[in-house]
Each structure stands twice: as structure tokens, then as C-alpha cells.
Ligand binder design. Structure first.
Ligand SMILES: [Fe+2]
Length: 271
């Protein structure tokens, strides 16, 4: 993907200057609508941004399909976002902040146990994108699960009951009609548990401030990296201009169940 020019904001051209037109946290291309959401810009700029993000997302998807076919089988291709603003000091609300360490939850609506795979590219030609982590989900759940209200394993409570299954199936029907509402409204016991843990991490200063297990990762200019962000805790503490492609990998594609949040929360690695 060609780099946007370093300045200017001509109509119809998606440049860093258009960051001023950002209406949401990021500018995101939604494949189900073919539109970019999050820009307050002219239709021409919206269309150009949608085209760039769509093409980038397709290129990433093709790369992952060719290199990791067993992971990508029957996956859901979700958003492709551009993050044009400096992450350090964005002053977002705690639950929206990228600067607070967390694991991702329902990044593209309910996943029902599906894994959140994200592919990042640092487009910044001169500055690193800097992450910190406090380790992976199993270790964090073991240490903080009780405080977050998730101790002891959920057992079969992680599966939706009959009403929950009916609700999700009705929403999938709405999606098939071309109304992309279902994925936003859908939920499941698993997704609520992951959201609870995500919020606990971001809402708990003692967790955020503790140096225990803290590691820094620096991704240089034009670096690309892929992460199961529901497994690896992370915060982006500085960096500007990144592309982020999101995919939901079916639970059935995960062979190492001891590394799968659904089975860890269930408290059993059996099906
Ligand atoms: Fe995240």
C-alpha cells in the first residue's frame, strides 16, 4: 500500500491531514456495508478511504490464507481500520483507551468463542509503534480472575441457553437480510465474560500500575505483526499511523485448547 503524503488534506485524498476529520476512535472499513465509518469527511474522501482500506484488508487476508490456511478456514473477515492519531495521551474513555493494558473482547460483535486475530502495520516512516504487555490470558485469569468475578471456571454456563441461541439465530437472520445490526447486538455468556475481564483490566489502577510481568515491544517503521489479541494482553502506549485488520477465527480451528480463552474460561479442555 502506498504511503499517504506527509501533509495536506485535499478533498478525496486520504492523508494524515484528514485525521482532523476523524469522527470516531478510528476510520474503519466494514466489509458488510462496503463503507468506511468514523470519518467526518466528504463523500469523495469517504469513498477513497474505503477503497484503500478494502484493498489493504484483502491483501492481508490473502497473505494469511496462503500462509496459515488451517487458521483461516471459515473465518470471518471483519474491519480494516486506519489509526491516524498519536496514541499517547489521546484521553479516550477508559474502556475505549488503547493506552490501558487489556485483552480484546467482542471486537466485531459477539464471537461465541471465536478468536480475535489482528494484523497490524506500522505505517509511520520514522517512529516505532510501542506496545506493552503483561502476559497472556491464562496467566492473567489465574491471577486476577477472582477479582474480576471469573474464578472457578464457568463449566457449561459458557454455552448459551435456548433463549440465547434463539436470540443469536434471529440476529443472524437480520444480518442475512443485509442489515448489519446482528453482530452489534449479539451476545453470549463467553463474550460477556471476556468483556467483563477486559473492563476489569482497564478499570483497575492497581493492575495497570503494577510493574509485574510488564514487557515492552517496539514495532519499527513499516513493521507488520499478527496477534491473537484475546490471548495476548496489550496496550499501545505510543505511535501514530497504523493499519489494523481484524478477523474472527472459528473456535473449531484451534487445536491447542489450553491456549484458547473459551476452554480456559469453561474450566475444561474437553469439547
Ligand atoms: Fe486491544
Amino acid at each position: 500500500m502506498p504511503l499517504p503524503p506527509s501533509s495536506g488534506s485535499r478533498p478525496g485524498v486520504f492523508t494524515p491531514g484528514n485525521a482532523l476529520h476523524l469522527g470516531r476512535k478510528n476510520a474503519s472499513y466494514h466489509p458488510e456495508t462496503g463503507r468506511v465509518h468514523g470519518l467526518k469527511a466528504s463523500r469523495a474522501t469517504d469513498d477513497r478511504a474505503a477503497q484503500i482500506l478494502k484493498e489493504h484488508g484483502q491483501r492481508v487476508a490473502e497473505f494469511l490464507r496462503s500462509t496459515t490456511p488451517s487458521i483461516t478456514r471459515d473465518w470471518r473477515v471483519a474491519t480494516c481500520s486506519f489509526r491516524p492519531l498519536e496514541e499517547q495521551g489521546r484521553n479516550l474513555s477508559a474502556h475505549a483507551s488503547n493506552e490501558l493494558i487489556h485483552v480484546d473482547a467482542d471486537a466485531y460483535g459477539a464471537t461465541h468463542g471465536g478468536r480475535i486475530l489482528r494484523f497490524f502495520v506500522n505505517l509511520n516512516p520514522s517512529e516505532d509503534r510501542v506496545w506493552v504487555s503483561k502476559g497472556t490470558f491464562p496467566r492473567l485469569l489465574e491471577k486476577y480472575g477472582a477479582a474480576a468475578g471469573l474464578a472457578g471456571g464457568m463449566g457449561n454456563r459458557i454455552r448459551p441457553g435456548p433463549l440465547g441461541r434463539l436470540y443469536s439465530s434471529a440476529l443472524r437472520g437480520i444480518d442475512r437480510l443485509g442489515i448489519p445490526l446482528g453482530q452489534v447486538l449479539d451476545t453470549s455468556p463467553y463474550d460477556r465474560a471476556m468483556r467483563r475481564f477486559h473492563n476489569y483490566m482497564k478499570d483497575t489502577p492497581e493492575f495497570q500500575n503494577s510493574p509485574e510481568g510488564l514487557e515492552e515491544f517496539r514495532f519499527g517503521p513499516f513493521c507488520a505483526w499478527a496477534v491473537f489479541t484475546d490471548m495476548v494482553s496489550h496496550a499501545c502506549v505510543s505511535g501514530r499511523f497504523a493499519l489494523v485488520s481484524t478477523f474472527v477465527v472459528p473456535l473449531e480451528n484451534c487445536r491447542l485448547r489450553e491456549f484458547v480463552p473459551y476452554y480456559i474460561l469453561k474450566g475444561s479442555f474437553a469439547p
